[in-house]
Design a protein around this ligand. Structure first.
Ligand SMILES: [Zn+2]
Length: 117
């Protein structure tokens, strides 16, 4: 059975999802943003399967604020972030996986800091 969100909304710092099977999931927005699957964030594989990662873009507090969300084709949700980023389509299957098994991400403060000039 394909699980889809019955409701999906931003509550404070989290993405709150009520799934079609009645379970609820809460995903920190910081986690969701850092797992953005778009080519600009996650990188792209070339023909030989090598992962080309784009240069790390500094994330700011705006990067973790959601302006709006929009369902895509019944299988994913597009998230519009306050820093203008909206390339990532988050498949529901991934969101479900992340809420069932929170991915192991480095703490935010371990993220690269803005270069000081
Ligand atoms: Zn992205």
């Amino acid at each position: 059975m394909v699980l889809v969100p019955k409701t999906l909304q931003v509550l404070g710092e989290e993405l709150a999802i009520v799934w079609s099977d009645g379970t609820e999931g809460y995903l920190p927005l910081t986690t969701v943003r850092r797992l953005c699957p778009c080519a600009g964030c996650a990188g792209e594989r070339d023909l030989l399967g090598r992962l080309a990662r784009p240069p790390e873009k500094p994330l700011t507090t705006e990067s973790f604020r959601v302006v709006s969300t929009s369902p895509v084709g019944g299988y994913a949700v597009q998230i519009f972030w306050a820093d203008g980023h909206s390339d990532g389509l988050f498949p529901y299957a991934k969101l479900r996986e992340w809420s069932d098994h929170p991915p192991d991400l480095p703490p935010i403060k371990a993220l690269p800091l803005l270069p000081t000039r």
